[in-house]
Design a protein around this ligand. Structure first.
Ligand code: ADP
Length: 302
């Protein structure tokens, strides 16, 4: 069984020609509300791609929180550990996208802030019994540290997608089995700007030295640098016409862990993750762009 521990957000997305300046009001277009949060995106990816998954998270007692809860269930996710927090809002991301496709994002944690080490206590047994736990960094860091510690102690494999980028303690890193930063996050964690393959290996080695066995640095359309115990290689991705890369990393992580739990080798699991990630960039949105498992299987056969 897989556990995903992470955030739930409602994304409010608005397109503008250019970002408003302080004090300025601008008219936007194409207003959309979509379900996001890295935790929920990865949980949905794993659920839709075939994992037996339980999600540890929290939503507010608002209408959207209720809808998200129902959507998670439809994606085959065990939601008994998704709490509804009284008098709190579901997490929110306010996203402006300009004509160049750049974005500005402000986040309100809302119910996500209630996923505390105290709240986690109720589900410690689930973590102990699971085969693997997948986490990101939109949940209070103390909670991530606590669950990594318990998981490690009881041989539940710990996979961390260290996004959004932030500094992490050596104690936390030492409890991680597999880490999956993108280039920006890898630079944040190691101070290495990744340009060459040698840079990717240097960054990987820094993380290996912190106690992490497998380092996977995702490189967008270029694929991923995969280093198992210090021996790294570039594993190329699939060529597709990218329309919207939002959620590519989340789909990649959901598929990666699902495939590993099916007993696939690391390089096979990366291949599946690349296929799912590539398919996701051919569609708009985060959770809406996660392919089905049949689509991934057929894509790989081509
Ligand atoms: P993030 O979305 O977290 O920044 P990346 O951009 O590194 O992560 O993408 C994660 C993975 O998604 C890649 O390793 C690859 O498998 C897939 N992917 C992302 N962008 C593309 C693309 N343009 N074409 C094909 N695959 C892609």
């Amino acid at each position: 069984k897989l556990i995903v521990l992470g955030s739930v957000n409602v994304d409010h997305i608005l397109n503008v020609n250019e970002f408003p300046k302080p004090g300025e009001t601008l008219a936007g277009k194409n207003y959309q509300i979509s379900f996001g949060g890295k935790g929920a995106n990865q949980a949905v990816a794993a659920g839709r791609l075939g994992a037996n998954i339980q999600f540890i998270a929290a939503v507010g007692d608002d209408e959207l929180g209720k809808k998200i809860h129902q959507q998670l269930k439809r994606d085959n996710i065990d939601t008994r550990s998704v709490a509804t927090i009284k008098n709190e809002n579901t997490g929110v991301a306010l996203i402006l996208v300009n004509a160049q496709g750049e974005n500005q994002i402000a986040i309100y944690a809302g119910a996500n802030a209630m996923v505390t080490p105290d709240y986690l206590r109720e589900f410690e047994n689930d973590i102990i019994q699971a085969d693997a736990i997948l986490m990101q960094l939109e949940t209070p860091l103390a909670t991530i540290e606590q669950s990594a510690k318990i998981a490690k102690q009881y041989n539940t494999q710990v996979i961390l997608n260290p996004a959004p980028a932030q500094q992490l303690s050596d104690d936390l890193l030492n409890n991680i089995d597999i880490i999956t930063p993108n280039e920006t996050e890898a630079e944040h964690l190691t101070g290495i700007k990744i340009v060459t393959e040698q840079d990717a290996q240097t960054a990987s080695d820094i993380l290996h030295n912190k106690g992490i066995k497998i380092v996977i640095i995702t490189l967008g359309s270029k694929g991923a640098w995969v280093s198992d115990s210090g021996k790294g290689e570039l594993i190329r991705g699939f060529k597709v016409k990218a329309i919207d890369t939002i959620g590519a990393g989340d789909t990649f992580n959901g598929m990666l862990v699902t495939a590993l739990l099916e007993g696939k080798s690391l390089s096979q699991a990366i291949k599946y993750a690349h296929a799912a990630g590539a398919l996701s960039v051919t569609k708009i949105g985060a959770q809406t762009s996660v392919p089905t498992r049949t689509e991934v299987d057929n894509f790989i056969k081509l």
